[in-house]
Ligand binder design. Sequence first.
Ligand code: C2E
Ligand code: MG
Ligand code: MG
Ligand code: MG
Length: 275
Amino acid sequence: QAKKEKEKKVIRFIRSMKEDLDEQFKLSTHLRKAIEKDELSVYYQPIVNINTGELISAEALLRWKHSMYGNIPPSKFIPIAEANGLIKEIGDWVLIQVCKQNKKWQEEGYKKIPIAVNISVKQLEEENFADKVLGILKNEQLDPEYIELEITESISMSNLDRVIETLQRFRENNIKISMDDFGTGYSSLGKLKKLAINKLKIDRSFINDLNGQETELVTAIIAMANSLGLNIIAEGIETNEQLNFLQNKNCLFGQGYLFSRPLEKVSFETFMKNG
Ligand code: C2E
Ligand code: MG
Ligand code: MG
Ligand code: MG
């Protein structure tokens, strides 16, 4: 009897694994057509001075609305795009959209702010990635100080040299780099220095759970960043309690639902008018 139960469990497990693979394959196929079918769009989440609420920049976040399946979150399709190689095409598309849009906003007289774009490790490891980004900026006639790149800590050692070279070129050309999801990976201070990072974004999971050890960690990260002259951005601020804590620790910048969710273009324009 126990054996039968166990067999059933195994079968259920295999079936669910097969379903996952089927789903991934299906998503992969649909994702290939998503750009052509105009199913992708860029949302913008305000990043503010947490003491004054003043808008200082924004993060571009990709959205995919499939005609049949509806909204598919980036946590689901970005890993697939990274695995099947589509991330390069999608990443280029996002960069171009953001540069075009930011240029347009500047021409329309909105306050000039930098917009941060998430960059996958796969893009960062591309040959000539820096040239490509600089080429896009030139094409769109956007000043490099109005684009920022968010990278994660998952840069592999084998490609470290090329990545360092790429980041160095960004620095020479006035493009700022943020370390995203800071605290979840394994970056040493030495690595941050080598990578020519300008900003740290404290991962949402730490802000979410500000008790005991988390508090100490966040306090230490902020103090360290301040002493290194790195800007700090706290991600995922949802409550006034979290806001007060961060203000007391001299964290200057933040983003989160307390200030605003990611907004589609027109709503973000309204936010810019009022912020
Ligand atoms: P991320 O870069 O860390 O982006 C922040 C995520 O936190 C976003 O999720 C945002 O919607 C969410 N968030 C912001 N404030 C709050 C809050 O107060 N509470 C909660 N619960 N969540 C908050 P999103 O848009 O689902 O994106 C997830 C991840 O997908 C991003 O994490 C980023 O790693 C990746 N991603 C999104 N767009 C792109 C893109 O264009 N290219 C690449 N390579 N990755 C992207
Ligand atoms: Mg990010
Ligand atoms: Mg993050
Ligand atoms: Mg993330």
